[in-house]
Design a binder for this molecule. Structure first.
Ligand code: FES
Ligand code: FES
Length: 230
């Protein structure tokens, strides 16, 4: 089979035939779409994107939740899908708790609920009815810092500070976990009382990411509060 030189009569014929084909296809496609739209209009059955548009904006399901945050009681009515993080930041304006990834990957949103640290972005607010939440604002005040906050300042445990509230809440809860004998992956056995060694604390803090890389200073701050050396 030969190849037609550019500009030859055969090439023009091929182009004309291709264009006719495209126009016919376009007409056919338009016809199909018009026919579908007419059918939908006739039956009153919305379809695809049109269905979403017809339904209008989603109506949130509202739920009530009462909980304590930093010692203060709150009773709120929220969209049931509100995360604990959004309750704190958007409804109570406690913006010390940070939203990093919003997917449970960075630890920036760590708060303490009923004595245990959790990622506030991964839990719904309505799951904490009657809960007792402590955020960075509830740990200490600028004039009366929590010992962990003071240690972070002393050991320069931050650079930009974005991860710091989560790091501090996590660090406080980590020392409580160790005291309570909760095992970790680095312990010799599940029944042995864990100790606040550097390895133990680093393992337990591994869910709190610091893009500035202040890890060594954070470890020193924690060790100081735990009465050890990092
Ligand atoms: Fe919650 Fe990153 S914002 S873990
Ligand atoms: Fe900047 Fe940790 S101090 S991310």
């Amino acid at each position: 089979m030969g190849i037609d030189p550019p500009g030859s009569t055969n090439e023009h014929r091929d182009l004309e035939s291709d264009m006719r084909g495209s126009i016919e296809f376009e007409l056919t496609r338009r016809g199909v779409l018009a026919g579908t739209a007419a059918a939908v209009a006739a039956t009153g059955m919305p379809s695809g994107v049109g269905a979403q548009e017809a339904a209008g904006p989603e109506t949130p399901v509202m739920s009530k939740v009462s909980l304590k945050v930093n010692g203060q009681g709150h009773a709120l009515e929220l969209d049931a899908r509100t995360s604990l993080l959004d309750l704190l930041r958007e409804h109570l304006h406690l913006t010390g708790t940070k939203k990093g990834c919003d997917h449970g990957q960075c630890g920036a949103c760590t708060v303490i609920v009923d004595g245990r640290r959790i990622n506030a972005c991964l839990t719904l607010a309505i799951m904490h009815e009657g809960g007792d939440v402590i955020t960075i604002e509830g740990l200490g005040t600028p004039d009366n810092l929590h010992p962990m906050q003071a240690a972070f300042v002393k050991y320069d445990g931050y650079q930009c500070g974005y991860c710091t509230p989560g790091q501090i809440c996590s660090a406080v809860a980590v020392l409580d976990e160790i005291k309570a004998g909760i095992p970790s992956h680095v312990g010799a056995s599940l029944t042995e009382q864990p100790e606040a060694t550097a390895t133990e604390m680093r393992e337990r803090m591994s869910g709190n990411i610091c893009r500035c890389g202040a890890y060594s200073n954070i470890a020193e701050a924690m060790a100081d509060v735990a009465g050890r050396t990092a």
